[in-house]
Design a protein around this ligand. Structure first.
Ligand code: COA
Length: 162
């Protein structure tokens, strides 16, 4: 039986930390869907279409990964597509409390036996967040090595546009 997993986030932009989680989750499951979801509390630099394009480019080497977008309640997407696992990355204790609450809320809402599974972020990437990357880039700091190469150039051209 095919084991299907989901990894969701706003990915604005996707970082090397996210990519590391994607690669590890893809190795654990038969298929992995990376879902670019809307977090209503965030103002985004890249629109959904741009984030979809970037995510497809950076996951192109992973044959069992597909990318999708969704705006709505995550549990609706999970219930419709019947995933075995919902993957989250944990960078440290600061992520834990928020993740615990989301996992418990989702557990009430997931209809099938979808388990939330946490993968510990590689320590190399534990200090990275999408917001910090955008902030450093906005002030002209180096973001090389924090995000995939194509994201570096896209952020630079966005900053020039603005
Ligand atoms: N490497 C680098 N950064 C990481 C990371 C990793 N391994 N894991 C998490 N992060 C960072 C992200 O870059 C992000 O940084 P930012 O806040 O600066 O943008 C931060 O951690 C939070 O990421 P994440 O936990 O993936 O949150 P998100 O806002 O990107 O996505 C959703 C959260 C979209 C999945 C969630 O809000 C959701 O499910 N929304 C749909 C509505 C819904 O169902 N709500 C009820 C949920 S119970």
């Amino acid at each position: 039986m095919e084991r299907k997993a989901l990894y969701a986030g706003s990915f604005d932009p996707v970082t090397n930390g996210h990519l590391n989680i994607i690669e590890r989750a893809a190795a654990l499951f038969d298929s992995l869907t990376v879902l670019i979801a809307v977090n209503a509390n965030k103002n985004n630099l890249f629109d959904l279409g741009e984030r979809l394009e970037i995510m497809k480019e950076v996951t192109g080497h992973l044959s069992n990964v597909t990318v999708d977008t969704f705006s709505g309640l995550l549990a609706d997407y999970v219930n419709e597509n019947r995933f075995d696992a919902y993957i989250r990355g944990l960078r440290g204790t600061t992520d834990f409390e928020n993740e615990l609450h989301m996992a418990q809320m989702n557990a009430r809402l997931f209809r099938e036996d979808t388990e939330t599974i946490f993968l510990m972020t590689d320590p190399k990437y534990s200090f990275i967040s999408s917001s910090l990357v955008k902030e450093v880039a906005a002030f002209g700091g180096s973001i090389e090595g924090l995000v995939p190469e194509c994201v570096v150039s896209r952020i630079r051209s966005k900053s020039q546009e603005e």
